[in-house]
Design a protein around this ligand. Sequence first.
Ligand code: NAD
Length: 317
Amino acid sequence: MKIVVTGGAGFIGANLCKELSRLPEVSHILVLDDLSSGSLANLRDTRVDFVQGSILDRSLLGEVMRGADAAVHLAARPSVAMSVDDPEGSHDVNASGTLRVLEACRAVGAYAVTASSCSVYGDSAENPKHEGLPTRPVSPYGAGKLAAEAYTLSYAASFNMRTLALRFFNVYGPFQPADHAYAAVIPAFIDAALRGDPLRIYGDGLQTRDFTFAETVVSVLIDAVMREVTSDTPVNVAHGVQVSLLELARELGQVMDRPLEVRHAPPRKGDIRDSRASCERLRRLFPDIAPVSLDVGLQRTVSWFEQPMVAGSGRSQ
Ligand code: NAD
């Protein structure tokens, strides 16, 4: 079985490729990545064939998809802030890029699973967020992801393709970088704790998130590809666990076996207050997937950050 992973050198992609490399039924894993935010070093423990290039390159996409049974489409400009700075660039990769990947899948009859995001819900106060809620993206990133999932579903309806659009919530785990201004909260907390710095919380810390360990996301992606799971609506990927940032800091302190100092900074504009997923659809489609709990996921993430290779490189990859 040949699987193409776009954006495979990034955080979620690297976790996926590592796991795919262990599966004997997967004979060929091909990663297409332009390395704009990913790194080749993330793929060192895998058996992937790596092609450096953009999903916007039609002929390259055609080549990499030749003979493919499935594509896991993760390549994106994943930052809300970057999308505000450069909306067209974000649209090109996240929306038009997805369309190109779907076209390349269609040409070879491959199954396609694409990564959307909880950002499509915007700042709706309703929780849990179920897939039937109106979508109201408040950033070009969210709008691009909404277009990406709409194209994914429309290709199933128009061309009888087998597709799945997954809305990831806050994913964390190994390979997630901590060294940039918009780092996700868990790597930022772990990085600060390992340096002995206080954990910075924007606002009162009572804002909540639904964190999903990367291993859980990878299990969903692999199960999706192996069974060619489809849905004519998008599917949330999270398990409905609401954790405030203050609780997260306490949990991390327990995992690291010491209390961690928290320092509050003014709230950030545009930050969503509460985000919790409804996971009924996910459980129905993926009944065998049990999520990794927050304490176990944090332990594994901290262990990864403590590896000399990661710590020695300033925890960047
Ligand atoms: P990431 O930045 O680590 O990975 C994205 C990868 O895509 C990178 O390796 C990057 O180099 C590559 N890429 C970017 N533009 C490309 C292009 N034009 N052609 C080829 N490759 C390109 O991000 P991630 O966190 O691993 O996210 C993976 C996917 O999941 C993205 O689609 C993202 O929008 C989505 N997502 C992630 C989260 C999360 O919590 N991490 C939440 C919601 C959605």
